[in-house]
Design a protein around this ligand. Sequence first.
Ligand code: ADP
Length: 294
Amino acid sequence: MPNWQRLRASLLDAGLDLTEPIRPRAVGGGDINAAWRVETDSGRVFLKTGSADALEMFAAEAEGLETLSGANAVRVPAVLAYGACGADSFLALEWIDFEGHGAASTDRLLGVKLAAQHRVFADAHGWHRDNTIGSTPQINTWTDDWTAFYREHRLRFQLELAKDRGYRGALEALGDELEERLPALIGEHEPEPSLLHGDLWGGNHASAGGEPVIFDPAVYYGDRETDLAMTRLFGGFSHAFYEAYELAWPLREGHERRLGLYQLYHVLNHLNLFGRGYLGRAETLMREAIAAAS
Ligand code: ADP
């Protein structure tokens, strides 16, 4: 539980006109931090709280949301404030009344708007700062070459974490082999660095008043196919969404061949965060990617 008295003072300092008493209501659904609905004189606020060392995570999430908002594509919650006070840190966002997953028309809009977001480009792959994927660090060092970026900062980083957690043997050997085959699999692809949500699973999009909303991002610039690969990893996106995306900006030839490789990053992250239950899937994806490169 955060220290609400101190937190209230910090939020008032940040310009929120909170009611007295603050009466926070817990919101379920997040995996990482505590989430709350709090009332202010100018409406509801969505508040995430964590320990003081979550501040960097919140700062990166706030910057990610602001970057996505600047794309004027898919709606994201507006950032109201973030900061630390004593043992707590917080991120305050505009409250949005979600309707769950939307109608086919909302899903189509999401497809069109995500393609528009992906048309916001950077000069290289990465971002101006690191952030987190779940609670795992995500390294975003600017890199010209996509294959090098994906190998170093996505696969190698997670594989090293997996090694530290004791996953060696087959996973380690497959990881080494896959890295060698990476140029054969994606070396010719050379995607433009698109603005990505970065963690687009079914739990991070919803509908509000018929309009699609995305939240809880892990923003960076990279291959747009990675966002779509994440949508297909756990489901939660309709046919209408894929159809509309494909119409707005068709995927390049060979995207099906790269799909498993891009899902692998998130499966390795799940292995590192949630344990052995993801090991079989990670190894299968690696074997399939190696076979696809041959
Ligand atoms: P975590 O970082 O802990 O995974 P999320 O950002 O996914 O937390 O938020 C947890 C849940 O809170 C979401 O599943 C969603 O239902 C709800 N939520 C997220 N953002 C808002 C918002 N701006 N307004 C209202 N509810 C929200």
